[in-house]
Design a protein around this ligand. Structure first.
Ligand code: ZN
Length: 401
């Protein structure tokens, strides 16, 4: 699979956002907005170079990426610092401090890529037909270049800033988030005057022509509850099957689990989001979105809503079967069989009770469940404060939407 990134749209949007947030005010200031000419091709070239740095996690190897970013900022005379080993990187444009700063955050690591699944080398940084291809172009080195070029454009323009604009590149987002944890533990002082954070996540149809335009804001997150399931049996020869073949036992329990669908649960944030995007739809679909709590009791509405993977994930706890391991040899019955499940729990749901439900569904006490990563704490809804902040960026914002 390839992940093309059309660089221009995202760049223009982020620049508008940062410029609008940082240099609004007098006409005199408005005349000094950054010159965007040529920035798109500059961004594409930098992105291609960034994609050539293989930061597959594990193991990550983010230091090389951090050094690449440091050089980018140093060339522009932008204050930048980075850590050692699996480094985080931090850059800053200082404002006069009258308003709270904006942080532009991305993670430098990417998930692994198997070149057999790609039509271009995943770490080749190929530019073709107006797109940049490579592992991480969307998640999230493309964002990083939008962030970096926004800062570079501001710096070159000499726009007087009313607030700091800071850039953060984190290590290890894809496998444990140690980079972010260490950054907060050691360098919280760098963020004391930061009031806003722009990063990945959520879904923004703003660039797709939807009217009225929608600017999504993530107010909470599902929790990742990654589980490893193990069954232990007796290693033996495939020519003499035994009743305690752990692989057979595991797939039988898994068949029950993958057939299970969690009930629909509409969180306040999901209800408000779906109602807000309803004007982009017609007829009964619009009505369903306007009152999703009612609509999910209608079979046609429910089927339509859940047929969209992103809404399905928004409206229920989900479980994806990902890793599956037994024997490595056709005629060998393994001693253990394991699987890993990517379980995502809605922010207002109790993790222990969800796991207990799944264990009951699996209905096999020989299956041992362990955490792959410990579930994080729920993130509370920040809708109220965020919608207030949003209106400061968008004076024409309609508070009813
Ligand atoms: Zn990501």
């Amino acid at each position: 699979m390839t992940w093309p990134t059309p660089i221009c749209h995202g760049l223009a949007f982020a620049l508008m956002l940062v410029v609008g947030a940082s240099a609004r005010g007098s006409c005199q200031q408005r005349e000094r907005v950054p010159n965007l000419d040529g920035l798109a091709s500059e961004a594409a070239a930098h992105l291609a170079e960034y994609l050539r740095i293989n930061t597959s996690n594990p193991p990550g190897r983010e230091l090389e990426a951090a050094r690449f970013l440091k050089t980018l900022f140093e060339r522009e005379g932008i204050e930048v610092m980075l850590g050692a080993e699996r480094a985080n990187v931090f850059a800053r444009l200082r404002g006069n401090g009258t308003e709270r700063g904006i942080a532009l955050l991305h993670h430098m690591d990417v998930v692994p890529a198997d070149s057999a699944d790609w039509s271009v080398p995943p770490f080749g940084g190929v530019i073709r037909d107006g797109y940049v291809y490579g592992r991480g172009a969307l998640d999230m080195k493309g964002d990083a270049m939008v962030h970096a070029l926004a800062m570079i454009a501001l710096k070159r323009s000499g726009v007087p800033l009313t607030r700091d604009v800071v850039f953060i590149g984190n290590a290890d987002e894809e496998a444990g988030s140690r980079g972010a944890e260490i950054f907060v533990a050691r360098h919280a002082d760098l963020l004391t005057n930061v009031g806003f954070l722009i990063t990945e996540g959520g879904f923004n149809p703003a660039a797709t022509g939807v009217r009225p335009p929608i600017f999504g804001v993530s107010v909470s997150e599902k929790r990742a509850v990654w589980q490893r399931l193990t069954v232990v049996g007796t290693a033996s020869h495939g020519s003499r099957p035994r009743a305690d073949n752990p692989a057979a036992r595991l797939v039988t329990a898994l068949a029950r689990l993958v057939a299970y669908q969690a009930p629909v649960h509409v969180t306040p944030a999901a209800r408000r989001y779906l109602a807000a995007i309803a004007p982009g739809y017609e007829g009964r679909q619009r009505q369903w979105l306007l009152d999703v709590e009612h609509a999910v009791h209608d079979s046609a509405a429910k089927e339509w809503l859940l047929s969209q993977p992103i809404w399905n994930a928004l409206l229920r706890n989900t479980m994806s079967l990902t890793v599956l391991q037994g024997s490595v040899k056709t005629n060998v019955i393994p001693r253990t069989a394991t699987t890993e499940l990517d379980i995502r729990v809605l922010p207002d749901q109790d993790v222990d009770s969800i796991l207990n439900v799944l264990k009951r569904v699996a209905a096999d006490s020989s299956v041992h469940w362990t955490d792959v990563i410990a579930p994080g704490l729920p993130l509370g809804s920040a809708w109220t404060s965020l919608s207030g902040s949003y209106s400061t960026f968008n004076p024409s914002h309609d508070h009813s939407a």
